[in-house]
Design a protein around this ligand. Sequence first.
Ligand code: ZN
Length: 399
Amino acid sequence: MDRQNANPSVAPVGVSLGRIFGIRVRLHPSVLVIVALILVSLAQGAFRNWHPDWPWWTAWATAAVATLLFLASLLTHELAHSLVARRRGIAVPQITLFVFGGVAEIAAEPADPRSEFVIAIVGPLTSVAIALVFAFFGAWLVPFDFAARVAADPAAAMAELTPVATICVWLAPVNLALALFNLVPGFPLDGGRVLRALLWWWSGDQVKATRLAAGCGRAFSWLLIAWGVVNLFGGRALEGLWFIVIGVFLGNAATSGYQQLLVRRSLHGLVVADLMRTHFESVEPTRTLTDFVDGLLLRSAQTSWPVVENGRAIGVIAQRDVAKTHEADRARLLVRDVMRPLGSVPVLAPSLAGPAALERIAEMADEPLPVVDRDTIVGLLHASDIFRWLSLHRLHSVG
Ligand SMILES: [Zn+2]
């Protein structure tokens, strides 16, 4: 449905389905909601109405196949974005299917408006192509005078369709609707990215183009919410709630997409060494935990401590590591027993670019990552340090 840069608002959790073209495909648990909604509404609703004569198991089996093919359609849409992005030199580590569709996590912003345009437009074009394929098979499977029969007696004409023809007749318009929804020119929908690419190409200013496209995205999200409220009070509570939830989600995505771009832009040219804290204390591995807690941890605002032996960093100990131990054991436990060895914790290199560091650190809550140069911890970097640096240097001057 839309694409997202790394550090997605959709948490990278879920079941891995394996890899397609080297791209990891994941199912977010929330996808079960949409699967259940489609399955039930087809088996008990649409297919039941079209085929009152079908036994229940035919209705459910046909609905199950239609639901799976719908998920496959979403996945193909995202694969199209991903493969074109990769051809343009941008890595795509994974695609996640979740409740509102799919997200292809594209590792970087497209470098130029042309790439942005092509990567964005190929998704809806793929959905149109899928719609045409199902329409073609549908046309081939229905009786040759199907249109005339529908005009004469729609219920009788639909009831004659085989399960396979029924699936095609449902999936063709659904994929077309998917293409049209994604073409709405509100960022971060595909249409919004197309709009951003055109504005960017026309003005040469990616930030301004993103601001305008995100504004359209927010306007569209308000329309969806308003439409949801109308439905809610019109007695269609489920549809109403659904529109409201999608509207809120899109509005948030539009705002955070724009902010992410500003932050990435602001971090351009910076490395971890520019951003990290260099005033910090370390602890020896031979101290007891009691001594560490009462003598150091509680006397300082520092939450994570490098463990240093003979001038070499060997691990990290944080408040949460201590919290896992029983207080009675702390007099005999040493820092060495509780620390996480350096090889087992994620670390940053001082030369790592700022935007990449932000992506790595965004998952850490506010526990800092150690910055390691050879065997020495030369700094600590918290997520909040990056925003503090920006608020004092650059962020006020953009936007
Ligand atoms: Zn898309």
